[in-house]
Design a protein around this ligand. Structure first.
Ligand code: G6P
Ligand code: MG
Length: 218
């Protein structure tokens, strides 16, 4: 059997943390007298913390000093971590564990490719960290998605050629990063949002073992 690398994004693919990011950003937005909507939150998916703040300041037309930005970044993360603290494995998205177990049974490479600097603590909290042979996160990259760096590093860590790497992503920027890396991109979410992906599934419950096997054999 061939050995491929399966690279998973974290937020929105493995765990439903987007709602916690949203709550924390929304509370920060209130300090800018800005009403941050869930639609606007789509723009934040896959985007680093620093860039997210820049987008928020832009949306709110708010000019902040460097010092204020730094304070807000800390404040946002502290609030986000409070939600994460209260989280348990019920937050793992449906069938993620089945897919991870299937890939392990088939001896495939499995790595994380996430923009989050909290990735390791979240995977530990969810008892999933042992399922990842390599973790590339927001602490390891200099260029954010849609730059392919995070996935290229994931493939390298597993010593698998980029054309043998398959990426699971819920964000537009992440799908673009996988495509830019020359990898197979699989969108998890809505087809019309993730239309640049090679395949799109609403979630992992729709992805059969037979489909995964076909990716391995391709
Ligand atoms: C992921 C999420 C983004 C988040 C980013 C950084 O890509 O989709 O919404 O801003 O990670 O996460 P962090 O945990 O480092 O703030
Ligand atoms: Mg994501």
């Amino acid at each position: 059997m061939k050995k491929k690398a399966f690279l998973f994004d974290l937020d929105g693919v493995i765990v439903d943390t987007a709602k916690f990011h949203y709550l924390a950003w929304r509370n920060l937005a209130k300090e800018m007298n800005f009403d941050f909507t869930e639609e606007q939150n789509e723009l934040f998916k896959g985007v680093s913390r620093v860039q997210s703040l820049e987008i928020l300041l832009d949306l709110a037309s708010y000019e902040a000093t460097q010092e204020q930005k730094e304070r807000w970044l800390i404040q946002k993360n502290e609030e986000y971590l409070k939600y994460i603290e209260a989280m348990d494995d019920s937050e793992i998205l449906p069938d993620v564990v089945r897919v991870l177990n299937f890939l392990h049974e088939k001896n495939q490479g499995v790595a994380l490719g996430s923009a989050s600097k909290n990735a390791r603590s979240i995977l530990t909290k969810l008892n999933l960290i042992q399922k990842f042979e390599a973790i590339v996160d927001g602490n390891d990259v200099t260029a954010a998605k849609p730059d392919p760096e995070v996935f290229l590093k994931g493939g390298e860590a597993l010593k698998i050629e980029r054309t043998d790497c398959i990426v699971f992503e819920d964000s537009i920027a992440g799908v673009q990063a996988a495509n830019a890396a020359g990898m197979v991109s699989i969108g998890i979410g809505e087809k019309d949002v993730l239309h640049e992906a090679d395949y799109v599934f609403a979630d992992f419950t729709e992805m059969s073992d037979a489909f995964l096997a076909s990716l391995i054999e391709a």
